[in-house]
Design a protein around this ligand. Structure first.
Ligand code: HMG
Ligand code: MG
Length: 305
């Protein structure tokens, strides 16, 4: 079996990781987390969301966070790196373009109920809203990614079929979305189910254009990552310290911890360009701000040694 020799990690911690935190987190702390991720060699970071502050209050400081990235020192650290932000509609895109993001993420779902709960519209309408966002992003030289939530299961509908995933992947491809992430939003997927969802996405996108985004609610995310590596998938969206959860996916916990994925990849001889020890520092930093220990076996084990 051949695994990819190098994997691209997008740390979604500052966005997915923090969006569900109930207590306010200062923009300066979000920026300090981004600094530490950059220090660790993470070159792709999902920094924030340009969404309605009524829907996700924690992301209300999106413009402030993005403005904070513009200092001379951070601009140097960010050279060659990619900052992504979530944009559900044209209003979000306007904020994103003004902020200087390099990539915008439109986020749809494989299940109708989740689409409705998360972005207040059905799947067909979401694609109609995303189309001008994608076109305007490309016109401005900004890259696009599409997240397909609930790719193996939905908190409101239960099982989701690969066919549903393929359907949304095809719609995203048709409106020009460059890359997609297949997301197990509620972390219930097991390896073969995830492989089937991925295969459905791969009917519409080339292998290098597809990422895995696994929440770890049921402790399956590392196994699911490995199952994707077996298919040659080499892009993963992970969250520092295992932070995260979606406010519209009740009970779902964080993404698989970036440290745990990086530890596994390095152990398998797969390069990431990331320094594990610096990553662990970043995990303890943000966990300290949140008054808890990292939700990462690796980060906790390292500090015990
Ligand atoms: P809506 O209420 O249908 O929107 O929400 P609307 O167009 O009717 O506007 C309502 C109000 O929101 C208006 O303000 C708009 O200006 C404002 P008002 O007149 O009432 O004062 N508004 C905005 N404000 C700021 N930025 C915007 C924006 N758009 C409208 N972009 C909407 C529709 C999509 C806006 C809303 O449902 C929303 O913001 N949803 C975001 C939900 C979200 O962020 N969920 C978490 C991220 S997705 C996720 O975590 C999954 C992922 O990790 C993958 C996985 O794990 O599955 C990606
Ligand atoms: Mg997520």
């Amino acid at each position: 079996m051949t695994f990819p020799s190098r994997v691209h990690i997008t740390d979604v911690g500052p966005r997915d990781g923090l969006q569900n935190e109930p207590a306010p987190i200062a923009a300066t702390d979000k920026l300090a987390l981004i600094d530490r991720l950059l220090d660790a060699g993470v070159r792709h970071i999902e920094a924030t969301s340009f969404v309605s502050p009524k829907w996700v209050p924690q992301m209300a400081d999106a413009a402030e966070v993005m403005m904070g990235l513009k200092t001379a020192e951070r601009a140097r650290a960010l050279e060659g790196a990619c900052i992504s932000v979530l944009t559900p509609n044209m209003k979000g895109l306007e904020g994103a373009l003004a902020s200087g993001a390099q990539e915008v993420v439109v986020f749809g779902a494989a299940s109708e109920s989740f689409s409705q709960r998360n972005i207040n519209c059905d799947i067909a309408t979401s694609i109609e809203r995303f189309a001008p966002v994608v076109a305007a992003a490309h016109a401005a030289g900004v890259a696009t990614r599409g997240a397909i939530s609930c790719a193996v299961g939905c908190p409101y509908e239960g099982d989701v079929t690969p066919r549903q995933v393929g359907h949304v992947a095809a719609l995203m491809r048709d409106i020009g979305v460059q890359r997609i992430a297949v997301a197990d939003t509620i972390g219930i997927g097991t390896p073969l189910a995830v492989q089937r969802a991925m295969s459905a996405a791969l009917d519409h996108y080339e292998l290098p254009m597809v990422a895995g985004h696994f929440h770890d609610t049921y402790g399956q995310a590392l196994a699911n990552t490995l199952a994707c590596l077996e298919m040659g998938i080499a892009r993963f969206e992970t969250s520092i310290a295992g932070l995260g959860g979606c406010p519209y996916a009740k009970g779902a916990t964080g993404n698989v911890a970036t440290e745990d994925v990086v530890y596994m990849l390095h152990g398998m001889g797969i390069e990431t360009g990331i320094d594990l020890e610096h990553l662990i520092d970043a995990a303890w930093f943000i966990s300290g701000r949140l008054n808890r220990q990292p939700n990462s076996r690796v980060s906790v084990a390292r500090r015990r040694q």
